[in-house]
Design a protein around this ligand. Sequence first.
Ligand code: GLU
Length: 328
Amino acid sequence: MKRIFVFALSVVLVMVFSFVDVKTCPAKTRFVTIGTGGVTGVYYPTGGAIGKIVNKKRKEYNLRVTVESTGGSVFNVNAVMAGDLEFGIVQSDRQYQAWNGTKDWKDKGPQKDLRAICSFHPESIVLVAGDDTGIKKFKDLRGKHVNIGNPGSGQRGNSTDALTSCGIDWKKDMRAEGIKAAESAKMLQDGRIDAFFYTVGHPNGSIKEATSGKRKVHFVPVTGSCIDRLVAKWPYYAKAYIPVKFYPMASNKKNVSTFAVKATFVTSAKVPDDIVYAITKEVFDNLDAFKKLHPAYGVLTKKNMLEALSAPIHPGAMKYYKEVGLIK
Ligand code: GLU
């Protein structure tokens, strides 16, 4: 008898609690984090812009987007693959290399769970040098003290690609530093380095800071037949220029030739479709509002935001693209 009573009581309790759960408790908010870059780059405000747009609907989606400042592209891919972050902003060349298991992923192999969502602004390979260093051409870097980018950053791969292609051994022929981009500007201004590399969209806080101090600095063209060969070799590199209008204090008077990649938005196959769908839909449906959040987004169109992706598109994003006819 007692046992039947206990059983009946537990059945009632289970029913009561499931009723309470469904009818009165709002569903739990799901938190997702976007890995970005240094706070003075463009990735960090890009993560912020995505969060701002998506979080307006946080009740509807039970979703809250947060942003984390990180060491950059390579760090972001690895954190997304490890499940430490749900989303990351990553250079298009880094997405290609991670998906194919080359460069920084040579030992780990292809990152099979990497999924693409879309791409954002173009990022050019920027080389800034002090006017007093005598660095006028790329090859003048020989023997100089140069920040090539922290391990974990996107730019470290671009600077070492360019140096190697031009016959400069960055381990022997120069004094290379591996410092984060956010610290580069101050180091250049303080005279602690001669030059630094940064792969970044324009305008951005780091290059503004680097060009507006007491020490006169300039952009060095990243050009020559060695760079032409590099750009011809890889599908993710394209020729580009740095628009100097954003940096009126730099010594250059004309736009400066270099090469470029694109910022892309990635996630893992393990992130649920409905979350990726919600984020994709909010960014694309509100693209005009999104574009107002940073001048680097001026060139974005729904169509070019589907370019420069190497990993397969996440099914949540694909659902949206098919719904609106962006992908047939
Ligand atoms: N392209 C840089 C990287 O991958 C980050 C640039 C930015 O933060 O805007 O590390």
